[in-house]
Design a protein around this ligand. Structure first.
Ligand code: TEU
Length: 597
């Protein structure tokens, strides 16, 4: 504990991060694609919302096989998005308002149009070994195959790409196969090559020298592949995920990056795919003496309701969801820090997935927000979440844009596994990444005021009701609630640093917990500075009424209601119920009380 009673104070623990997917945020030149000047135009909007950091998804030069996650040149900006000078204007506009900027770092793979890959295909000196090149296998001798190479040749191993089909493609020029865990236009970099690592550290330095405040690191736990790329692994994609995740040298590479590049005061968040992510790996990624990242994104809660294929769904229960968060809170309580999210550019909209995007859209969106901003960790707000934006009612394949939906779907239809789009429509609607990528809804004007042109992907038809203009004009909106919640977290160390103690862990309807700071085990102030604070968070995660009987240690007749998402009631009832230890929660009601001071 440091002298002010707070353990290891850091700016990035106190921050709220706002994620921007530039393609879908705001278009200023009428080409139907969002751009960097469009973001700069909305910097005051972000400032008013109160966020502290912007995470900018890739804006680098890219042929857009995967919307910028396939980078052709790390040191320039995609034409559609603007110029490096536009980017510098955005950085300055954010910094002037005290908002930090972190950039997406995509270095597990590049585009196949990157100069490194072009040279590697030609076996040019230093670049020869920049990627995973291998000779094929005799198709007659193995039990996997591919139509992407010469007749009679099978890929080097049986791994499947996360975006469908084999994880290998054949290059006619080099006459070898290259590994791509994602699309065939996203060849994996060979991190065993020290030159590759140096090249990556150089480009990180290049951006840091331009004044950025950190990185979000794309699939960073995939960079070390197992020796010999064997078919030894179980799990989806014929073992590709298990084989490549948390590989043999990953901690060594990240320690090297930490020492070489990250020795400054940055926010770094690693995206760690695969499930489950073993806690001992997570701690090593975050340990200041190893990877030294600030925090990480795991996928455990994102996979609860997912089947293996993009259109397959599974049932989830609240107690399962709670147990994921409880386990991660505990697992990182000594070493590390949690990143809190329920949606991003790869996931469906959280209100549609975990809430109720019909009758209780406002209530459930604000309840989920309350959860994210009162758990221990750094909350991430994905663009449009603060408006309560919902999933898109996709009706045909023509409306989809995403490789991660289209590739596997087309292959399954061609292979006869799936009869037609209609046969899997509900699953695609529920799961597709495109749900997150429909344009930001600014107003009820045409195309939700995202563009004057034709948007690159359809605007959600609910934009006349769900939009920023309307939300900001309404005192009781999702947007206003986010504003209050962000301000509340800023004012309460206990919300950032307090211990998290769940009550009723097995209850499938309510999520109730306390956050305590500066209290001893006996619940009394620690005596050092008399700042003991306990907060109680009560969430009714159902569409019906629910009573909650609080344990006597928590109820208090000296409580205060810090925030709640049913404002019409006023605080009197809520305080009376709190004093009596019996909360009567309405559908999707969320309340945060202060218990002791
Ligand atoms: O995502 C990693 C990842 O596994 C996702 O591709 C996938 O979308 C998710 O499991 C749901 O299916 C990162 C990026 O966030 C994503 O946008 C990129 O497509 C991917 O890496 C490749 O760079």
């Amino acid at each position: 504990m440091e002298s002010d009673g707070v353990p290891e104070r850091r700016w990035w623990k106190e921050a709220v991060v706002y994620q921007i997917y530039p393609r879908s945020f705001n278009d200023t030149d009428g080409d139907g694609v969002g751009d960097i000047p469009g973001i700069t135009e909305k910097v005051d909007y972000l400032d008013e919302l109160g966020v502290d950091v912007v995470w900018l998804c890739p804006v680098y030069d890219s042929p857009n096989a995967d919307n910028g996650y396939d980078i052709r040149d790390y040191r320039s900006v995609m034409d559609e998005f603007g110029t490096l000078a536009d980017w510098a204007d955005l950085r300055d506009a954010l910094h002037e308002r005290g908002i930090r900027l972190i950039m997406d770092l995509v270095v597990n793979h590049t585009s196949d149009e990157h100069e490194w890959f072009r040279r590697s295909r030609r076996r040019e000196g230093a670049y020869e070994d920049y990627y995973w090149w291998r000779e094929g296998r005799d198709a007659a001798a193995v039990d996997w195959g591919s139509d992407r190479g010469p007749d009679g040749e099978a890929p080097p191993n049986a791994w499947q790409s996360f975006f469908g089909g084999p994880a290998w493609s054949y290059d006619d020029r080099r006459e070898e196969w290259y590994l791509h865990l994602f699309d065939r236009k996203q060849p994996d970099l060979n991190w065993r090559n020290p030159r590759v690592r140096e090249a990556v550290f150089d480009l990180m330095d290049w951006w840091l020298d331009r004044g950025i405040d950190g990185f979000r690191m794309d699939v960073i736990n995939l960079i070390s592949k197992p020796d010999g790329l064997p078919n030894d692994f179980d799990g989806p994609f014929n073992g590709a995920m298990t084989g490549a995740a948390n590989g043999p040298r990953v901690h060594e590479y990240l320690a090297e990056m930490n020492e070489r590049v990250l020795d400054r005061d940055l926010l770094t968040v690693g995206e760690m795919v695969g499930s489950p992510l073993p806690m001992e790996h997570a701690r090593r990624y975050l340990d200041p003496d190893e990877g030294g990242l600030s925090m990480l994104f795991h996928f455990e809660h994102m996979l609860l309701d997912r089947g293996e294929r993009v259109w397959e769904r599974d049932e989830w229960t609240l107690s399962e969801l709670k147990s994921v968060f409880n386990r991660w809170d505990e697992g990182l309580s000594e070493t590390g820090w949690n990143a809190l999210y329920l949606n991003n550019h790869d996931q469906p909209r959280m209100v549609s997935r975990f809430g109720d995007d019909g009758e209780y859209r406002r209530e459930s969106a604000t309840l989920l927000a309350t959860l994210l901003h009162t758990l221990r960790g750094t909350p991430y707000v994905y663009q449009g979440e603060e408006l309560g934006m919902t999933n898109y009612p996709f009706d045909s394949m023509d409306e989809l844009r995403d490789v991660d939906t289209l590739n596997p779907l087309r292959q399954a239809i061609e292979g006869g596994e799936v009869a037609s789009f209609d046969a899997v429509r509900d699953g695609v609607r529920a799961n597709s990444r495109d749900n997150a990528r429909t344009p930001m809804q600014w107003s009820a004007a045409e195309h939700a005021d995202f563009t004057d042109g034709e948007p690159w992907i359809g605007v959600n038809p609910d934009y006349d009701e769900v939009n920023a203009e309307r939300e900001r004009a309404d005192d009781d909106s999702v947007w206003r609630y986010y504003q209050d919640l962000i301000a509340l977290r800023e004012g309460h160390d206990a919300l950032v640093y307090g211990d998290y103690d769940p009550l009723f862990p097995d209850d499938d309807e309510v999520w109730v917990y306390t956050r305590s700071l500066g209290l001893g085990d006996d619940g009394a102030g620690d005596g050092a500075d008399d700042t003991g604070v306990r907060l109680l968070v009560a969430l009714n995660v159902t569409g019906g009424d629910r009573d909650v009987r609080l344990p006597p240690s928590v109820a208090s007749d000296e409580g205060a209601l810090l925030i709640g998402n049913y404002r019409d009631r006023g605080t009197d009832d809520a305080l009376r119920e709190f004093a009596a230890g019996e909360l009567r929660l309405r559908p999707w009601e969320a309340r945060v009380y202060r218990v002791a001071e």
